[in-house]
Unconditional design. Structure first.
Length: 418
């Protein structure tokens, strides 16, 4: 006997409310992840004075380096750890716990009286932020309707840089760094609201009940059935991440190398065009993906990034305003790639390992990104300048492009599960 399910206006309205709640909470949690990631950097001079740890510049730089590195390592560990927890306990539970944890760690940072405590809290903040960024994408990809999924995940991708900008506003209006870190109360409040307004992923609930995908080989993250997708996803996301962080980190220095005098205006404008291009690309990525498809979007992103890196660093031996346009185009397609990858990578994996695999792919590249940024400094002397060094590093875009072109049999699994 077949059961006829009729959607009433009330049930449609409830579903719409759940989707709106999901989008708002994911957007805000990602934005505050951007705030938390940058807040220590903007308050660092005040923190140094307040804790009175040392007046030695070299030692201060070392301590600052430890704080920033520990946050990144926490971010990397959190993306993988909370992904594993999400696969075991549910998307909603892991997401809200990660969100609340980075709120608590942020408040605790402002209460610390020594550098050791600040370092521990920054690591724990990174763990929470990494978890939120990984699990929120999985939660959205499993709940949001397929027709508009790419568009809304693309919009979510711009929340993090908005958060980075907002950290500067907090610093502007709140002079006390200890009071500034009480912004961690907001993620905690969002997590509490989410307990009542968010719903669990139906795909995950079906998987837990044993009604779908009874093949257990895919339940292990590094199983043969997942290994190829895991490697492919890590290389695709990692090459774009490494290339763009290297270019973004050294772009102002390269701009300055084109001048014989100090050029603060040109350095500042170059970073503004980077930011505007990235935001525009992330916001529009969903429409791009829906128009030409995920794979073609990725091919276009990698190809344009590689071409623009060549034009930017090999055809400009002196400064001109055309450089701003070239930077904006490069950042535009980087932004597109981030939105598209946020849709594509979670769909490569079965429900049993989707969150942990997504966290792995999103974060394994971060382990190499720091080394990549530092290595450019070494290459400068060997290659004869910043332009040559940055161009050499931009070849990682070509690696990512080749992987997308030649790995044709990696397809999203959502349709199979349905």
């Amino acid at each position: 006997m077949e059961t006829l399910i009729i959607e009433t206006p009330n049930s449609t309205a409830v579903k719409r409310i759940h989707l709106v709640s999901l989008f708002v909470i994911c957007f805000l949690s990602t934005a505050f992840g951007g705030v938390i990631s940058t807040l220590m950097s903007v308050y660092l001079p005040v923190v140094v004075k307040d804790l009175q740890v040392t007046t030695n510049t070299a030692k201060l730089d070392t301590i600052s380096g430890y704080i920033n590195s520990l946050f990144i390592f926490g971010w990397t560990a959190g993306g993988f750890l909370w992904g594993l927890i999400s696969d075991k306990t549910g998307r909603k539970t892991a997401f809200l716990l990660a969100l609340g944890s980075y709120g608590l760690a942020t408040i605790a940072t402002g209460l610390m009286s020594n550098w050791e405590g600040v370092m521990v809290c920054r690591f724990l903040s990174g763990v929470g932020v990494g978890g939120v960024l990984a699990v929120s994408v999985v939660l959205l990809s499993e709940i949001w309707p397929e027709k508009t999924r790419a568009i809304f995940i693309g919009i979510i991708s711009v929340a993090f840089p908005i958060g980075i900008f907002s950290a500067g506003l907090i610093n502007f209006f709140v002079s006390s760094w200890r009071q500034g870190f009480f912004v961690g109360l907001v993620p905690i409040a969002i997590a509490i609201i989410g307990i009542w307004t968010l719903k669990e992923s139906d795909l995950w609930l079906l998987h837990r009940s044993g009604r779908t995908n009874k093949v257990k080989k895919s339940d292990a993250l590094f199983s043969i059935s997942n290994r190829k997708a895991l490697i492919t996803g890590s290389v695709i996301f990692g090459t774009m991440l490494i290339g763009m962080w290297a270019l973004f980190s050294w772009m102002p220095t390269w701009i300055q190398s084109l001048f014989t005098v100090d050029a603060p205006k040109e350095r500042g404008l170059s970073m503004m065009f980077l930011g505007m291009g990235g935001l525009t690309g992330g916001f529009s990525s969903g429409w791009v993906a829906n128009t030409i498809g995920l794979r073609r979007s990725l091919i276009s992103s990698f190809a344009v990034c590689a071409i623009m890196a060549f034009i930017l660093f090999k055809t400009n031996d002196h400064f001109s305003t055309i450089i701003y346009i070239e930077i904006a185009v490069l950042a535009l397609f980087f932004g597109v790639s981030q939105g598209v990858l946020s849709v594509y990578i979670p769909m490569l994996f079965p429900t049993s390992v989707r969150a942990s695999a997504t966290g792995f792919c999103f974060n394994i590249g971060r382990l190499f990104t720091g080394a990549a940024v530092l290595f450019i400094g070494v290459l400068v002397n060997v290659m004869g300048g910043y332009a040559n060094s940055l161009f050499i590093f931009s070849w990682v875009f070509v690696v990512g492009l080749l992987v997308v072109i030649f790995i044709r049999d990696i397809q999203p699994v959502n349709q199979v599960e349905k």
